[in-house]
Design a protein around this ligand. Structure first.
Ligand code: XMP
Length: 481
């Protein structure tokens, strides 16, 4: 037995001491962050791989804002891969495999295909993949006969504007404007469809200048994977669907299970970064880095919905955990992700100043429009549900998934939950929450006299404060309205 005599600190226990600053404005700082060995982000925030936080809509919102979403794994692997694919299809310079429809299809089939893929147009092709026409929502919206052939309502090939496969975006934009059209099918010399450029994608380029994108202009996305042998198949499907990073999702990341899975994923998927965790001490960082991890998540029991510390007695207050891990991470050359417990821009700034490169956020984002959690109304106010992934209901739902829906009464009784079910206030769009967090961080950088996140770390001086200091840090001695 060993007793460490220093205090474990978390965000509220400290403040950062202001430093001389030459920063003229909050817009003059750079929040670019290294997420993992090969991936960088314009804002240092990723959404948690929790089933009340990240599916495709959240991952799309996160990547558009310059962060990243990690799709949770509490669904079939096929559905998870489909969520990944939805993010990858949300925008791109060129749609490489546009959705198509056979000439024999009906109006009803076109409606159904557009609705299920959430797209506004389909290319109609013959058996050899040659372009026959284009059908859009407007063509089928009020078509009186749902059983009519799609060829009777589509715009035929002869009236379509098309372009050769290698066209660049500027030339495509000129063509779209010249002909006042919104979709430009790309075809090879024999008329085979090779891609599609849409006006929407070009508009999105300008709308989201910070977006996290791959070389093809598609939004980046991560997918969470467990540590069972069959999770390698899950990883395979998610990578095939376009996942840019895999998150090894296990509460105790400094374990043989986690180390084995990291090594396996690194061997199998050389092109994809592997994010591993969670740990709360330097030895865990070193072990995961040695296994090949491209980023390490720090946080044991720090999350808003976690009761791991109460149930098991284990954990390290989050600021100390980050400080303890930071030196090892720097020596190993592996970025740290501060996972759990963030409530404000101030917490984010402290986590990054302490040595994390990015932060993972759960319940703050669970309250937004894009989270998959259910909405509830209480006393006339809207809330959204959030739950720990080790909570009672999450454990039981996972068992139901594993056992194809068959549950016994003692499946409930056997669970020892390490998380809770809760509600959080509805907070509007994820982009608005991110704007507040990043606004706080930008201001924090200027208080630190730092133009970027590495300067924030270099200039950071933490000061421990007393309960009176904590009280002084919030609104006090006034009635807030
Ligand atoms: P926040 O505070 O942002 O934290 O909501 C999100 C992180 O909490 C972790 N997590 C859990 N930890 N039991 C735990 O001990 C759980 O049931 C649980 N569910 C999520 C996870 O690291 C997440 O990113």
């Amino acid at each position: 037995m060993k007793l460490r005599d220093s205090l474990g600190l978390t965000f509220d226990d400290v403040l950062l001491v202001p430093k001389h600053s030459s920063i003229a404005s909050r817009t003059a700082v750079n929040t670019t962050a290294q997420l993992s060995r090969r991936l960088s982000l314009a804002i240092p925030i990723i959404s948690a791989n929790m089933d009340t936080v990240t599916e495709a809509p959240m991952a799309i919102a996160m990547a558009r804002a310059g962060g990243l979403g990690a799709i949770h794994r509490f669904m079939t692997r096929e559905r998870q891969a489909a969520e990944v694919a939805r993010v990858k299809r949300a925008e791109s310079h060129i749609v490489e495999a546009p959705a198509t429809l056979a000439a024999a299809a009906t109006v009803a089939a076109a409606r159904e295909a557009m609705q299920s893929a959430d797209i506004g147009g389909l290319l109609v092709v013959d058996d050899a993949g040659q372009l026959l026409g284009l059908v859009t929502t407007r063509d089928v919206l009020f078509a009186p006969d749902a059983q009519a052939a799609i060829t009777s309502v589509m715009t035929p090939r002869a009236r379509l504007v098309t372009a050769p496969a290698g066209i660049d975006l500027e030339a495509a934009q000129r063509l779209l404007h010249a002909h006042r059209v919104e979709k430009l099918p790309l075809v090879d010399g024999q008329g085979h469809v090779t891609g599609l450029i849409t006006a929407q994608d070009i508009i999105k380029l300008a709308q989201h200048p910070l977006a996290t994108k791959d070389a093809k202009g598609r939004l980046r996305v991560a997918a969470a994977i467990g540590v069972r042998a069959d999770d390698v198949d899950r990883a395979e499907l998610c990578v095939a669907a376009g996942a840019d990073a895999l998150v090894v999702d296990i509460a105790h990341g400094h374990s043989d299970h986690a180390l084995r899975m990291v090594a396996t994923l690194k061997r199998r998927f050389a092109a994809v970064d592997v994010i591993a965790g969670n740990v709360a001490a330097a030895d865990g960082v070193r072990a995961l880095a040695a296994a090949g991890a491209d980023a390490v998540k720090v946080g044991v029991g720090s999350g808003s919905i976690c009761i791991t510390r109460q149930v098991t007695g284990f954990g390290v207050p989050q600021l100390t955990a980050i400080l303890d891990c930071a030196e090892a991470a720097q020596t190993e050359g592996v970025p740290l992700i501060a996972d759990g417990g963030l409530r404000t821009g101030g917490d984010l700034t402290k986590a990054l100043a302490a040595g994390a490169q990015t932060a993972m956020i759960g319940s703050l984002l669970a309250g937004t429009e894009e989270s998959p959690g259910a909405s509830v109304i209480r006393d006339g106010r809207r809330f959204k549900v959030v739950r720990g992934m080790a909570s009672l209901t999450a454990n039981v739902d996972r068992k139901a998934l594993d056992q194809s829906g068959r549950l016994d009464n003692d499946d409930w009784e056997k669970v020892v939950p390490e998380g809770v079910e809760a509600v959080v206030p509805y907070r509007g769009r994820a982009a608005d929450v991110l704007h507040q967090l990043v606004g706080g961080l930008r201001s924090g950088l200027s208080y630190a006299g730092a133009t970027c996140l590495s300067e924030l770390q270099a200039n950071a001086e933490f000061l421990r404060i007393t309960p009176a200091g904590i009280r002084e840090s919030g609104p006090h001695d006034v009635q807030t309205i």
